[in-house]
Design a protein. Structure first.
Length: 310
């Protein structure tokens, strides 16, 4: 009989590799605890609506990458592709939205996405992350970023890594920016990839996240959101930057960062490095002010980040 191998897109963690993996989680857990975070553990599978509502039907994760199945009771179940939506669901279903906010949550565990396996990408991967639930102030955005930066410093991986930040603005800012993008990309629709032409109708901001070479050339000349920010949204972003400077976190503004999920608003950010060959993302996240409401809870402005481990 032939030897059985790990399922495609998965791998074993054995010996030194497992020790490295465990050290990253332990360092992240220790630093997060210093910042006042408590650890939560949520199920690795959820009602599919947790992700289809929260992540957005136009996101690649929901439209292409989720492991969805019907259980024997006829319920639609999804292996979690990320954990922010699950943490927000846990906040609501455990009755934690009234009083005691903000909640500062740390998590670590396996996630699942049906992606084409390649270097650095697996169908089962591990993730660490933090979420501050119920914090509308820009100080919270800077605090979660500073926590992530300190974790990288403690692990000795900060060299060659830079924080890139952007704002997606408030709802009026995004509406105005969406109209500007539709106008611009409609004029170049024939040159867009098939995926981006679809996004043009449903969510034009997602075009900015395209990796297609032809799309990237068009994106370089696309409008930026900074011409469409309300005074309130502009002030929020300026305050985040001021706090980052005060915390000693180096950064640069990148107006093309939108992240890959639909729930982000205001701050979006990525720690990127060129030490992986091509530019890669070490950790990324942002503010999501409407996600808890999507889970059936009250308005609960929140912010966080996640980092993928192999």
């Amino acid at each position: 009989m032939s030897q059985l191998q790990p399922a495609r897109g998965t791998h074993d963690l054995i010996g030194a590799e497992h020790r490295r993996h465990h050290r990253v989680i332990e360092v992240a857990r220790r630093i997060a605890t210093l910042y006042g975070f408590e650890e939560w553990a949520t199920p690795i599978f959820e009602d599919t609506r947790v992700f289809s509502r929260g992540l957005g039907d136009t996101s690649d994760v929901v439209s292409k990458e989720m492991y969805v199945f019907e259980d024997r009771g006829g319920e639609s179940i999804t292996l979690r592709p990320e954990n922010t939506a699950g943490v927000c669901r846990a906040l609501v279903s455990n009755g934690l939205t009234q009083g005691g906010l903000p909640r500062k949550v740390f998590y670590a565990g396996p996630m699942f996405r049906y992606e084409r396996p390649q270097k650095g990408r697996y169908r089962q991967f591990h993730q660490i992350g933090i979420e501050v639930l119920g914090a509308p102030e820009p100080l919270a955005d800077a605090e979660v970023i500073a926590c992530g930066w300190q974790i990288q410093q403690e692990l000795g991986i900060e060299e060659g890594t830079i924080l890139e930040i952007n704002t997606l603005g408030d709802a009026p800012s995004r509406d105005a920016y969406r109209a500007a993008l539709v106008g611009y990309f409609t004029g170049h629709a024939e040159a867009l990839s098939a995926d981006s032409r679809m996004r043009l109708e449903k969510n034009p901001l997602r075009i900015l996240d395209s990796k297609d070479k032809g799309d990237r050339a068009l994106i370089a000349d696309a409008p930026t959101i900074f011409d469409h920010l309300t005074p309130e949204a502009a002030a929020f972003f300026e305050t985040v930057q001021r706090h980052l400077t005060r915390f000693g976190v180096p950064f640069r503004v990148n107006p093309r960062i939108v992240r890959g999920l639909d729930y982000y608003s205001h701050t979006a950010f990525e720690f990127v490095t060129d030490r992986l060959g091509a530019q890669g993302t070490v950790m990324g996240g942002g503010r999501y002010n409407g996600l808890v409401e999507e889970m059936g809870g009250p308005a609960t402005p929140s912010v966080g980040w996640a980092a993928h481990l192999l």
